[in-house]
Each structure stands twice: as C-alpha cells, then as structure tokens.
Design a protein around this ligand. Structure first.
Ligand code: NAD
Ligand code: FE2
Length: 413
C-alpha cells in the first residue's frame, strides 16, 4: 500500500472546557464587524450573551442573527445574509448545532460572492475564499466546525443538498464541551450517533488510487492515512462516551470525550467523505422529517453488513477501536461482532431499529432507493459499488429489520 494522506483543516483549532473565552482574541484579528449566526434557543441563553458581549471590548461590532431553523431551510440563510450585508459584516461567527454552523458557512459564502445558495450546490463551485469564519459547536455531532461542507433543505429539491468546497472550512474552530451540557438526552443521542457514523463511514470509504491531482478532483476523496488516524481516534472516544453522556448529561468527562470524538470524526470525513448511510438519510429525512443523526444511525449497521466484503479488515479494526475483545475470531466473526456492537450501542441510546420506525412505508421504498442513488458524491465513495437494484436490497433490509439476510448473503459469497 502506498502511504497517502491529506488533511484540510481550519487554520486554528482549539478544544477544551472554557475555550469559548478564546473567541474574542481570535475574532479581533479577523475583522471589525461580525455577523453572529445562531438560533432562538441559544440567543436567549446568558452563556451566549456573555460570549457576544466579549466582542465589544476588543473593538468588534457584532449583530446577532437568531433565526436559524433546524435542518436549515434555505430561506433562513437569505435573511442572515441581508442582516450581514446591512451591517457591513467582514467576519461571520457561527455558534450552535450543525444547522447554525452550516448557516454561518453559507452566509459567509454569499456575503463574499453574492448569488443564491443554489448557485453553489455540488462540489468545487465556490470560486474563492469566503468571509473569515469562526465556528463554535454546541452539539457533539456534525463536525461542521472543521468540514468543507454545508447542507440545506431547499423546497425546490426533493432531498437535502450540499455545498462542498475547501473554501467553506472555517478559519478558526473553537470546541468547548461546556456548551453541550444543556443538550437533552435525545439530542445527545442523535448528534453523537451522527458523529460515530461519520467516523465509521470515513474509515470504510473507498480507497482511491492517489493520482497527483486527486485532491483537486474530489472534495471527499476517500479513505487515506490521515483520515484513518482521526477516524479511529473518533471511534474510540465516541464508543466510550456516547451512552454515558446520554445516561448522565452531567458526566463532564463523557461530554468532553464525545465532543472530542465528534471533532475528530469531522476531521476524518472532511477529506475521506461519508457514503451510503448518509445517501439513504437524504430521502428519508425529506419524507419523514427525521433528524439527520437519527436517520444515518438507523442505516449504519445495515450499511456495514451490506459493505462487509469490501471492508472486513476495517470493520475489525473499528471493533478494536471500540474496545471489543476480538481475539480468537476469524475476520468474518470480528466484523460481525463489530456490527453487532454498533447496533447494540445505538439501541442502548434509543435509536430506532428500522426506517419503518422512522415513518417510511413499504410503498415509499422504491423512491427512497432511487433518490439515495441521486447523491452521487456519497454513492461514489461507498466501498461496495452500488446500483439501483442493490440499493433496493439495502433499503428493504433496513425497512424489515433484516440484517440477517444481508449477513447470510455475505456468507454465501
Ligand atoms: N456541515 C457538515 O459537515 C454537517 C455534517 C453532518 C450534519 N450536518 C447538518 O447539521 C444539521 C444537524 O445538526 P445538529 O445535529 O447539531 O442539530 P441542529 O443544529 O439541527 O439542532 C437541533 C436542535 O438542537 C438545539 N440545540 C443545539 N445545541 C443545543 C444545546 N447545547 N442545548 C440544547 N439544545 C441545543 C437547537 O436549538 C435545535 O433546536 C443537519 O442540518 C445536518 O444536515 C452538517
Ligand atoms: Fe452526518
């Protein structure tokens, strides 16, 4: 194997309890007029007000846009851009869950280059640097603070769409686990499951032949030596903390490990990409309004089973990173034990078992399969090549709680 690795990261990345207080120092070096993008919940939180108040003394005028809506309907971004333009913003600060961070990213893009979000859907459509961005997550989930993508809900599109460009990576990411203490159990579960799914999909994506221009051909270019490092780091931290953080939101050590894992997972999938579990969630989310993290987590064990022949050694390595004792087992058994452990972990934090539980009907399955195939940037990254017929088998198994038939098909190969 040729050793090939690449990272795309913010210029500054700081992690740790209390690091939110580093914001003013970073912001002062980047601008004079800040647009702060958040949502109504956070804007009413005294902790948030303190953070914004710290900007004035370092010479920044800040306005707060607090109308971000979860899962990011594209219209709310237009309002953020109007507010930023009227303020003469030269810096965008996103504080909140993935929806707020993605809103900040697209606002920074539109303030710099004009146009509409839809002008930039796809890969490498952003023509140059966007306004400087500082991102501070309040969930342990999306990793958006370090990734090159932002995802929106557009009423003109059947499923969610992404803008993927290295220009969307923040200048500075500040990860302070204290900000996640207010996350209720359900949010901790779905956002943490999203993070684990990022790490598993990044570690099992296709490994491409590294041509000399590969980094310019794909935003998400597949598994590589550096993304692997961060994926395993993420898996070990998330596996050891996700259930603990759900069971006891005051378990500060678990909150810390979970956020560290989510950030590392972002670094992993920010170059490697994600794959089939994310592709299937796009239509499911549109049809059922399921939160992103719940949909990808339901799909993950089925996708691991579906892909296993193309990534069995990787699945075993994931199991070891989760702390499983796999000694004395064949590689097939090690992969099976890993998939079962991911399934058990998700069940223990209340993730539904099937896409039927999320509200999908049998009649919708052909459309789910067809629309999932439309996420070309995700499908092309799956380790097992997928056609419509095999996608239909995958979604049917995820509907009927039938991992067993996928496993049986794998044993017959
Ligand atoms: N850009 C990326 O790299 C990337 C990756 C994965 C997912 N996403 C996107 O991110 C979004 C999901 O983000 P998310 O899972 O962080 O949730 P979210 O941002 O959609 O927020 C969900 C809810 O949680 C609330 N919330 C956020 N932080 C809180 C806290 N500390 N305490 C209490 N409530 C809190 C919000 O107010 C909101 O009501 C989706 O739109 C998804 O498509 C983006
Ligand atoms: Fe995700």
């Amino acid at each position: 194997m040729t050793l090939f690795g690449t990272l795309r990261t913010p210029r500054n990345l700081v992690f740790g309890a209390g690091q939110r207080h580093a914001l003013a120092g970073y912001a002062a070096a980047l601008g004079r007029s800040a647009l702060v993008v958040t949502d109504a919940r956070l804007a009413a939180d005294p902790e948030f007000t303190d953070i914004v108040d710290s900007l004035g003394p370092v010479g920044l005028e800040a306005i707060v846009f607090a109308e971000t809506i979860a899962e990011l309907p594209v219209e709310c971004i237009d309002k953020a851009v109007e507010a930023g333009r009227a303020h003469g913003a030269d810096l965008v600060i996103g504080i909140g869950g993935g929806s707020c961070l993605d809103a900040a990213k697209i606002a920074a893009l539109l303030l710099a280059h004009g146009g509409k979000a839809s002008d930039y859907y796809g890969e490498f459509k952003v023509p140059g640097p966007v306004l400087p961005l500082i991102l501070m997550p309040t969930t342990s989930g999306t990793g958006s603070e370090v990734t090159p993508v932002a995802v929106v809900t557009d009423p003109d599109r059947a499923v969610k769409v992404g803008i993927a460009s290295p220009h969307l990576i923040s200048h500075t990411a500040i990860c302070d686990p204290d900000l996640t203490r207010t996350c209720p159990r359900g949010l901790t579960a779905v956002s943490g499951a999203d993070a684990l799914t990022h790490a598993i999909e990044a570690f099992t994506t296709l490994r491409r032949q590294p041509t000399g221009t590969i980094v310019h051909e794909h935003v998400f270019l597949g598994k590589n030596a550096l993304s692997d490092h961060y994926a395993l780091l993420a898996i070990s931290h998330i596996a050891s903390s996700l259930k603990r953080a759900c069971d006891d939101g005051n378990d500060i050590e678990a909150r810390e490990r979970l956020m560290f894992g989510a950030m590392a997972a972002g670094l992993a999938f920010g170059t490697a990409g994600t794959a089939a579990a994310h592709a299937v969630q796009y239509p499911i989310g549109a049809m059922t309004h399921t939160p992103h993290g719940a949909g990808v987590a339901v799909m993950m064990p089925y996708v691991m089973e579906f892909n296993r022949h193309h990534c069995e050694a990787e699945l075993a390595e994931i199991g070891r990173a989760m702390g499983l004792d796999l000694s004395g087992m064949t590689t097939f058994e090690q992969a099976s034990a890993t998939i079962d452990a991911v399934d058990d972990l998700f069940e223990s934090i209340g993730i539904p078992r099937t896409i039927a539980d999320l509200g999908i009907t049998a009649a919708q399955l052909p459309l789910v399969a067809e629309q999932a195939m439309g996420s070309v940037r995700l499908i092309k990254n799956n380790p097992r090549p997928i056609e419509l017929e095999t996608m239909a088998i995958l979604v049917k198994a995820a509907f009927a709680n039938d991992r067993a038939s996928l496993r049986a098909a794998a044993t017959q190969r």
